[in-house]
Design a protein around this ligand. Structure first.
Ligand code: ADP
Ligand code: MG
Ligand code: MG
Length: 873
């Protein structure tokens, strides 16, 4: 069995399609090697090997060791060096890499193969004693930390002590002799902590390191990262063992990281940082402050040009913006890693549009691959309303690491942030710097601020990936973990105080700043036009008011999929008439109240029809139980009695009479219209009179009347008769006719099961997946919070079923109803109007079921459009 895949010398056993087996890093190293890019030779131990290792009681499978030795022989040949040979030593890096990118989750060991003899040999051969012992001390530090779990700080502080003794500030001001000294001190720490001598044998070092990488796959922080990012179904990590190249060989050497375009704005320029005379870990670790990549242009212009050329090649090969790690060894450039770069929403749009312009991808590829629905979501998030801010107190300005505005209460530990989030607070996480242990708290926060670190620090990279506003390296403020506060010297902010951060400008501001909706760029509009070229499922919106509908139309909505009429009942004067109607104990009084409500309803519908001009408007008849409209406190009940000139006792009795044990399963939906047909009559009249008026005013109207909570054909027939009779009266009164549709929600499981009995009487079905989920699971939407966290934790459900449609159960009902409905009535129009209509995964499902449209809240309309297009491509 093949456990090991080699790469190097312009060839490779693997390629970039083999992520599952070789991990992202391994697959890309193989690909780059094939493409002829300068990659040091190496080998990748497969993810299957990691899986077998765990299944096999943490032992290596038969044959693995021999294949590794073979891989080392290949590298030795390539470099003319020998593993453990002091004359001309081959040193190795041992790197983890799973199929999904998990930044910083698993650890790397560099300079492996070092021992006293090898270090002396390397010093002699290169004539660079400093370099040899710098590499040696790094190896002991990393091996101890990664493999033996000795905290890195022990070595850090030993180094600091030595620097203090020598009176120097930077690591590379230490002399070669100092570094020899440091190696001895490090070995002593190792002996003290483990009780063993530091291992001399390179092969032993390698075995230990490989096992440590396997082990890191199941570390707590790796598991947590996978959970938060919903990474499931991976079998393990691959291990990359690669010949070292050295960035710490002097002033013409160095290491860096870069994005091929600006990951915040998408601007077409190299964006990154590097350090001279350093190994790559230093750039990420933040021990020395890196320089911006543009300085390399002056320092080593040839290398810079080569880097630029290489990035173009990579973008073409991968058809995506790349995130690259590189090392320069004595003016020679090596690429050590490439992957698709994380970026913000605005950057994703700009890069997609530019890539098409530059001919790197076509429109279809851009829509399918270069912008995710989550990135689009970011563009639709609010920003600070600068005009509404009078005197904002800026207490610090840091690096704008991830754009957008965030307001929340500040917390100082990941744990506190997570706890605060659970109680429903908006949280800002403040840390000196973040590490992978903080991802839980970062995820729970609206925004993140750190007082240390650069644009590629952990906080910056993770926040950008999630689209959370983030300010890093804000050294104007001092964070004090002990008393949980931060200060700029003048103002002190304590745990739980409000703070606002602007990830676009880097500002940190006291208090709660007001927010405003975002402004959409021309690139956004262009991109969304392409999206619509590849989309064939319609997207409508859920809106009750003309202004929301207008907003949604701007976002590209092609109609209203759900107008909830009861929302209008609460506004202003109307609630009085609604209550009067409910209080009346005979039909005559009820009709009088309804007659007074009619003009209000009509006015609302008129606004909607005019706003939607040419697009369909689905209006749902009254749905909630009447109880919801009545007052609940004694004082309010007394006021109501006075207002209507009736006795308090009567009010109390009426409220009590309407009280239900299970209102959501009670007297609501079509059941109201069946008991009180006059309500259905009034609403039908309001809808159709408004439609006629809008038409007379020049609008094209397509009214669709929707009956909620149908569970049988006969229920629909009953309501349909009321609607049709009323319609005929309206047409007669007005002396004109218009076309309209009558349809039903499918939201009671029984309706889905007998859809063939309902379809003959319906012009359309609209899946009300909120109620359908509630009734299929028997989970009350309002009470699920009590047990859902346990269900998610124990994987009894994988998602909140009210957010992402449960395809197995609820989805089966949707599919069944769609099939039965269409079989009975070919061409029956099908849509969905539950919250799921704005969830990309659920939208993909709807597309597969052949639904005609999804309907979602206005701000999710662009997301639904993109999700539908990506599914269609
Ligand atoms: P991560 O997944 O955390 O980015 P990597 O495996 O990419 O870890 O290693 C981190 C850094 O170690 C790299 O960016 C690079 O600078 C350095 N490194 C890895 N392999 C080599 C190598 N063969 N030669 C020199 N430096 C290396
Ligand atoms: Mg890396
Ligand atoms: Mg419903």
């Amino acid at each position: 069995k093949k456990y090991v895949y080699q790469f190097g010398a312009g060839k490779a056993d693997g390629d970039r399609t083999m992520r599952e087996l070789l991990g992202g890093k391994g697959a890309n190293l193989a690909e780059m090697s094939r493409t002829g890019l300068p990659v040091p030779p190496g080998m990748t131990i497969t993810t299957e090997t990691c899986d077998q290792y765990y299944k096999n009681n943490q032992k290596w499978p038969e044959g693995l060791k021999e294949q590794i030795r073979e891989g080392i022989r290949f590298q030795e040949e390539q470099l003319g060096a020998g593993f453990g040979d002091p004359e001309n030593p081959l040193l190795l890096s041992v790197r983890s890499g799973a199929a999904a990118s998990m930044p910083g989750m698993m650890d790397t060991v560099l300079n492996l193969g070092m021992n006293d003899m090898v270090a002396e040999g390397l010093a002699e051969r290169t004539g660079n004693e400093w370099f040899a012992f710098d590499s040696y001390r790094r190896f002991i530090d990393m091996f101890s930390d990664v493999v033996m779990g000795i905290p890195h700080e022990s070595f850090e502080s030993a180094m600091q002590k030595l620097k203090d003794q020598r009176g120097v500030k930077e690591d590379n001001e230490l002399t070669a002799k100092d570094l020899r000294d440091l190696v001895d001190r490090f070995k002593a720490i190792y002996r003290r902590e483990t009780g063993f001598m530091f291992p001399n044998d390179p092969m032993e070092q390698l075995e230990f390191s490989i096992n440590a990488v396997f082990g890191s796959w199941n570390s707590e922080r790796a598991k947590k990262y996978r959970k938060i990012n919903k990474i499931t179904g991976l079998i393990g990590t691959a291990v990359n063992i690669q010949a070292m190249v050295f960035g710490n060989m002097g002033e013409t050497s160095g290491s860096g990281v870069l994005f091929t375009r600006d990951p915040n704005t998408g601007e077409n320029k190299l964006y990154g940082e590097y350090l001279t005379n350093a190994q790559g870990e230093d750039v990420v670790a933040g021990t020395r402050t890196p320089e911006p990549i543009k300085n390399l242009k002056k320092a080593l212009p040839k290398v810079y040009d080569q880097l630029e050329e290489m990035t173009r090649k990579l973008e073409k090969a991968y058809q995506n913006m790349q995130d690259i790690e590189f090392t320069i060894q004595e003016e020679k450039l090596f690429i050590l890693q490439t992957r698709n770069g994380k970026r913000t929403g605005p950057a994703a749009i700009k890069i997609a549009v530019d890539f098409v312009k530059e001919g790197i991808v076509n429109k279809q590829e851009a829509v399918k691959n270069l912008v995710t629905t989550a990135q689009l979501d970011q563009l639709l998030h609010p920003q600070f309303d600068d005009k509404a801010i009078k005197d904002k107190k800026v207490i610090g300005v840091g690096l704008p690491a991830s754009p957008g505005a965030a307001v929340g209460k500040v917390y100082f530990t990941s744990h506190d942030a997570e706890d605060a989030k659970i109680t429903g607070e908006n949280v800002i996480l403040a840390r000196v710097e973040t590490s992978p242990d903080d991802v839980g708290g970062m995820h729970a926060s609206e925004g993140i601020i750190t007082s240390r670190g650069g644009m590629t620090s952990h906080a910056a990279v993770v926040a950008r990936g999630w689209g959370k506003p983030c300010v890093v390296g804000c050294d104007d403020i001092v964070i004090n973990y002990k008393n949980k506060s931060l200060t700029d010297g003048n103002h002190t902010v304590y745990e739980g105080d409000w703070l606002s951060i602007n990830g676009t400008t880097g500002e940190v501001v006291l208090g709660q700043l007001p927010l405003k909706p975002p402004k959409l760029s021309n690139d956004f509009k262009k991109f969304m036009k392409w999206v619509d070229e590849f989309r064939d499922m319609k997207v409508r919106t859920n809106a009750d008011r003309a202004e929301d509908a207008t907003k949604a139309k701007e976002f590209g909505a092609e109609g209203i999929g759900l107008c909830r009429t009861e929302h209008m009942f609460f506004e202003g004067e109307r609630i009085v008439e609604v209550r009067r109607m409910i209080m009346s104990d005979n039909e005559k009084e009820r009709r009088e109240s309804l007659a007074r409500l009619l003009p209000y309803q009509k006015e609302d519908f008129l606004g909607l029809f005019k706003a939607l001009d040419g697009d369909p408007v689905t209006i749902r008849l009254l749905d909630p139980p009447l109880h919801e409209f009545l007052p609940h406190t004694e004082d309010e009940k007394k006021d109501l009695a006075k207002q209507f000139g009736i006795s308090y006792r009567k009010v109390k009795d009426r409220v009590a009479a309407l009280d239900e044990a299970n209102p959501m399963l009670g007297h609501r939906g079509c059941r109201l219209g069946i008991t009180f047909p006059e309500i259905t009559e009034m609403q039908t009249r309001a809808i159709l009179e408004a439609a006629i008026e809008a038409k007379e005013q020049g609008a094209v109207v397509l009214p669709e009347i929707m009956v909620p909570l149908i569970g049988s054909g006969d229920e629909l027939i009953d309501q349909k008769n009321v609607i049709k009779e009323t319609a005929e009266k309206v047409f007669k009164d007005k002396g004109t006719r218009i076309d309209y549709l009558i349809g039903t929600m499918i939201e009671v499981p029984r309706a889905a099961l007998v859809a063939d009995e309902i379809a003959p009487h319906a012009d359309f079905f609209s899946f009300g997946t909120n109620d359908l989920t509630q009734m299929t699971f028997g989970f009350s939407r309002d009470d699920i919070g009590k047990f859902l966290p346990d269900y998610l934790e124990r994987k009894i459900v994988l998602h909140d079923p009210f957010q992402t449609l449960d395809q197995k159960g609820v989805g089966k009902l949707v599919a069944e109803a769609a099939d039965l409905g269409r079989a009975t009535k070919p061409g029956l129009k099908l849509g969905i109007c539950g919250e799921h209509g704005g969830d990309p995964e659920s939208i993909a499902f709807c597309y597969k079921q052949g639904l005609d449209y999804v309907s979602c809240s206005p701000f999710r309309v662009p997301i639904a459009r993109l999700a539908a297009a990506q599914e269609a491509i």
